[in-house]
Design a protein. Structure first.
Length: 221
């Protein structure tokens, strides 16, 4: 089974880094794969032993039948036992959902520590847990990393343009998550600086209004 809830909660509560949580997940996966391999080998050994006993029993029955007959009977080959159906074992998930969630929290906390954003303490619960599970199911851990990166490069999300700062729950909202990945909160390129066309004053004003609306939506959530 995967890492226990208590172990993951303890790692996150202790402020474990992403590398530490990933190492714990990999060690747990290796242990489970070793246990599964040992179980399958034990099962195969048991099947071989049963087949050997069956062949020996069939050979004894053939010998007794020949002794009770007046005329010698041709020696028949031992009966073959029907093949045992192979039980299909479902593959072990490389990283179970709860462990992916723990990695996502650890990576967010690293970003939060770098930019002074609110950290996540403990394992996600309630609405936060459901939102995190939904984003992981829809976009995977790489999708979350793209959203985190967008927060890191956005002065608005870092709290440099006002009193509001992005939080973990803001990133997990379906609407803000999509906008982060689309670059809605990216800083506008300045005229003569950086790639892409410079934005007009109205475009910049429109983006700032979008930013303020995002902050209002999070407060209302």
């Amino acid at each position: 089974m995967s890492l226990s809830v208590a172990v993951l909660d303890a790692l996150m509560a202790a402020g474990a880094t992403r590398e530490q949580i990933v190492a714990a997940v990999k060690a747990d996966i290796a242990e489970r794969e070793a246990i599964e391999a040992a179980r399958m080998e034990s099962k195969r050994a048991g099947n071989r032993e049963r087949q050997q006993r069956k062949r020996a029993k069939d050979a004894d029955v053939t010998a007794v039948t020949r002794d009770n007959c007046d005329e010698p009977l041709p020696l028949s080959p031992p009966l073959k036992s029907p093949p045992h159906p192979q039980k299909i074992t479902p593959p072990i998930s490389p990283t179970p959902d709860r462990e992916l969630a723990a990695i996502a929290v650890a990576e967010w906390n690293e970003l939060a520590a770098k930019h002074g954003l609110p950290r996540v303490t403990g394992a996600p619960t309630g609405k936060r847990k459901a939102a995190l599970a939904a984003r992981l199911k829809e976009h995977g851990i790489e999708g979350l990393r793209q959203a985190f990166a967008a927060v890191g490069r956005s002065p608005f999300c870092r709290g440099e343009t006002g009193n509001w700062r992005a939080s973990f729950d803001f990133v997990l909202q379906a609407s803000s998550f999509q906008k982060l990945r689309e670059g809605t909160y990216d800083p506008p390129p300045q005229r003569g600086h950086g790639p892409g066309p410079a934005r007009s004053y109205l475009q910049v004003l429109k983006q700032e209004n979008e930013w303020r609306r995002a902050a209002s939506e999070e407060r209302a959530a």
